[in-house]
Design a protein around this ligand. Structure first.
Ligand SMILES: Nc1ncnc2c1ncn2[C@@H]1O[C@H](COP(=O)(O)OP(=O)(O)OP(=O)(O)O)[C@@H](O)[C@H]1O
Ligand SMILES: [Mg+2]
Length: 273
């Protein structure tokens, strides 16, 4: 289905993504993990063609995605919907209009200007909101919703495009544990019930283990692990995160950074003595 070959993105001298290759056979739910700066977001952005690759190739169902331009590129972007940590909704606009935004690609300028949506689309939007358990929020402004509800609106907007792939860049990083679970459950259900591929950047190891069929670990722009949750042992995880022996299974990339900072600060304090 999805094949990535030697995909590379340079920023100046730095390779944010460095010759990444993998193949996703069937519509799996794939988690990408790695510490901050490992290249996870850059990889997703290249998949969605928000960022151009410096080298390498992306092929989906036999089509070369890397080469798409103009209208073809936009068509691809609606086949692989993106969800972000910060939801990216229009805060003052009502929920259902935010969801209908997902159909914008195929509406005329005039219809867009006058906010005219076909009744069938409105019905479908409400159906999707209902499926995500937030239909009663439809008339409210997006900004009036909780973070977990807003992220479900963003998922609804993505589903409105009927995408083959959902790309999620740290979709639960701003949410409390309960809302994080609701959002991850929703993504998993969409994957299982609709057979959509989900590729999800995650910063907690436990979430990747719990929800994903396959986990790809990145370090310094490269893939350093690609396997099942069972294959992701503590030793492997430690290697992905470049963490020391005090690394624990429950750690997140944020924890590891805090750990590093403490070590750095302790080092500095010692240097001052
Ligand atoms: N537009 C840009 N210009 C210059 N450098 C960039 C740009 N975008 C990303 N980078 C660099 O590329 C590297 C990878 O960044 P990326 O955002 O993909 O990492 P990440 O794994 O998503 O990190 P995080 O967990 O913090 O979101 C980093 O070193 C980052 O500074
Ligand atoms: Mg990122």
């Amino acid at each position: 289905m999805l094949t990535i070959n030697d995909l590379t993105r340079r920023f100046g001298d730095k390779k944010a993504v460095d010759a990444v290759s993998f193949h996703i056979e069937r519509p799996a739910m794939v988690g990408i993990i790695g510490r901050s700066g490992a290249g996870k977001s850059t990889l997703l952005r290249m998949l969605n063609r928000l960022t151009d690759a410096s080298a390498g190739r992306i092929v989906f169902d036999g089509q070369d995605i890397t080469a798409l331009r103009g209208r073809d590129r936009r068509a691809w972007q609606s086949r692989c919907a993106m969800i972000f940590q910060q939801f990216n909704l229009v805060p003052r606009m009502d929920v259902v209009s935010n969801v209908l935004y997902g159909t914008l690609n195929r509406r005329s300028t005039l219809a867009t200007m006058f906010n005219l949506y076909p009744t069938a689309d409105i019905r479908r939007a409400i159906g999707i909101l209902d499926r995500l358990g937030i239909a009663e929020q439809a008339p409210k402004r997006a900004e009036a919703l909780s973070g977990g509800q807003q992220q479900r609106v963003a998922i609804a907007r993505a589903l409105m495009q009927d995408p083959a792939i959902i790309l999620a860049d740290e979709p639960i990083a701003s949410l409390d544990p309960m809302n994080a679970r609701i959002v991850m459950d929703a993504l998993r259900r969409i994957h299982e019930e609709d057979g959509r591929m989900v590729v999800c950047n995650l910063h907690t190891l436990d979430t990747a283990r719990t929800y994903c069929d396959r986990i790809i670990g990145m370090r310094d722009g490269r893939v350093v692990f690609d396997g099942s949750p069972a294959q992701l042992t503590t030793g492997v995880a430690r290697d992905i995160y470049g963490a020391g022996a005090d690394f624990s299974e429950a750690a997140t990339s944020t924890d590891i950074e805090t750990l590093d900072r403490h070590q750095y600060e302790r080092g500095k304090a010692r240097a001052l003595v």
